[in-house]
Design a protein around this ligand. Sequence first.
Ligand SMILES: [Zn+2]
Length: 505
Amino acid sequence: MSAIRIAAANVLVEGAFVPAELEIDGGRIAAVRRLGAAPLPGTTAAPADVVVPASTLVLPGNVDTHVHINEPGRTQWEGFASATTAAALGGTTTVVDMPLNSIPPTTTVENLHAKRDAAAGKLRVDTGFWGGIVPGNTASLRPLWEAGVFGFKCFLLDSGVPEFPPVDPAQLREAMREVASFGGLVIVHAEDARTIAAAPARASAAYTDFVLSRPDAAELAAIAGLIDAVRETGCRTHILHLSSARALETISAAKAEGLPLTVETCPHYLCFDAEAIPDGAPEFKCCPPIRDAGNRDALWQGLREGLIDCIVSDHSPSTAAEKYRGAPDLQQAWGGISGLQVGFAAVAHQARTRGIGLEAVSRWMSAAPAALAGLGAKGAIEAGRDADLVFYDPTLPHTVSADALAHRNPLSAYHGMEITGAVTGTMLRGRMLFGPDGGAPSAAGGDAGTKAGLAVTGGFLAGPGAVRAGGPGWALPRGAASASAGLASAGAGPGAGTAAGEGGA
Ligand SMILES: [Zn+2]
């Protein structure tokens, strides 16, 4: 691919929007040149190949480190093709797949192979994998790390699927000591089983009744216990999908103590409040639950104060049959929200209404999750990084329609939401995945792409511990040579997280 140059009046460079020209070569950003106040054609030696409309902002591709793709095994719930298409259309160029809800779960190297095999030839964006911690698999953790997983997820209570059981405090510590021994990362669903067992869980269509069954106290207890384990083991640990802002005080103290702790929350906790959710609407059911409006405001404050590091989707779809199981009783419904495609635009809209700049949104949705996972080639528009870009017009109004989303199942908590600001194009490693003009980004049209026609340009990502690039951990059905070449430098620090296209479309 020969070099291309893109000029735009607003490119997010080093935390601020500036006029800039990007030179893109071999899928990477070769140079970032800041331009004068009147940047556009004619101000550089040669005109840029692409001049981005003045209304369009250029940001680094979002990095979503919390996606349940469910393939193989529950492919009717979601899949690599549909999920990565949804990601691309929503401005996300990197996803990291959760180890559970697929069958098998990613708890052994063999199971990781099964996932990679299932994903081959279907990826529209770059994709990595988390491993899983379940009772009895401690011996599999280091091999998984060396095979390229980004870290290890565990549950402290029932996960919702029988093949991914939770760990008890002793098992948690055993796993954390093992993961700490090789400098890995543990990511935790932090709700306390006993607190939830003691909470009222009556059959009800009212979301507020569902919230009572998953109280704040369950998150507080689990997080307090987890912080003790972090202190005891020294293991780098990440709290998944924080819902209860009441835990922020404990988190603040742990961070002040210098413990290696990071925290994420999700778009749905920042965009919705429990009182406003209609009865019998399982699209909003997730665990932990969406809480009250005051809690939502406090989560935004937690982001501003740096107590919460990232915003990621926790995209966890299911079929309508699972989502509406026992309807209208919410207790029986599958818990999980489909937010992969809508999350960025929804959060950006909410942030704007709160006077928070897109620079901060990008930090929370791109730079911070990239840093969390060790994706050194992602998360910023900077020379040497992958040319993963999002083209976003903050003025374009659109109304979310679940049917128009690329997710396999057209169920969305965001259905009907009116959002100002839309993704108008996405670039992955120098290739336009979509744009209103069939490639080049432009201001025309607010329809954020279509379901069909995205090229299979995504590659497999190797985690920071990968040492077996090209070895048995990387046996790919096709494109193996190029994938291995891209992954060979993965253990070397700055190159970690580099992908190679494996579709070659
Ligand atoms: Zn999840």
